[in-house]
Design a protein. Structure first.
Length: 114
C-alpha cells in the first residue's frame, strides 16, 4: 500500500523547486541610462562624504584649538584609579582552593598500590 505524502511536505518541495529555478536566473545587463544614473549617484555620494570629512576636520581643529587655549589641562587621576587590588586566584596560587571542588582521593606510596 502506498502512503501519501503530507500536503505541507509537497508544498515545501514545490516551493524549494521554484526558488532554486529563480536563483539560477540572470538579470539583464543595465541600460546605458541606468549606468549613467549609478555613476552620478556614486559621484554624489563621494562628494557628500568629502564634504562631511571636511566639516569633521574643521570641528576637530576647533575643539583642539579651544583645548590648547585653555592650557590643555587634564584632571589628576582619582584615588580609585591608583588603588591596586591584589588578585586572588587559585590558578596563580594566591587563594585557597575552593571548598565546593571535589578533592582527589589520597593514595599511599606507589609501591603499595596493587
Amino acid at each position: 500500500m502506498h502512503k501519501r505524502k503530507p500536503r505541507s511536505l509537497r508544498a515545501a518541495i514545490l516551493l524549494a523547486g521554484l526558488f532554486s529555478v529563480g536563483a539560477a536566473a540572470k538579470l539583464p545587463p543595465p541600460t546605458p541610462e541606468q549606468q549613467q544614473a549609478a555613476a552620478a549617484k556614486k559621484e554624489q555620494a563621494a562628494a557628500q562624504a568629502a564634504k562631511e570629512k571636511e566639516m569633521l576636520d574643521a570641528t576637530m581643529d576647533k575643539i583642539a584649538a579651544r583645548w590648547r587655549a585653555g592650557g590643555g589641562k587634564t584632571h589628576p587621576p582619582s584615588a580609585a584609579a591608583e588603588a591596586v587590588v591584589p588578585v586572588r586566584s587559585e590558578k596563580l596560587g594566591t587563594a585557597a582552593p575552593s571548598t565546593d571542588v571535589k578533592q582527589p582521593e589520597k593514595q599511599g606510596p606507589p609501591d603499595k598500590i596493587k
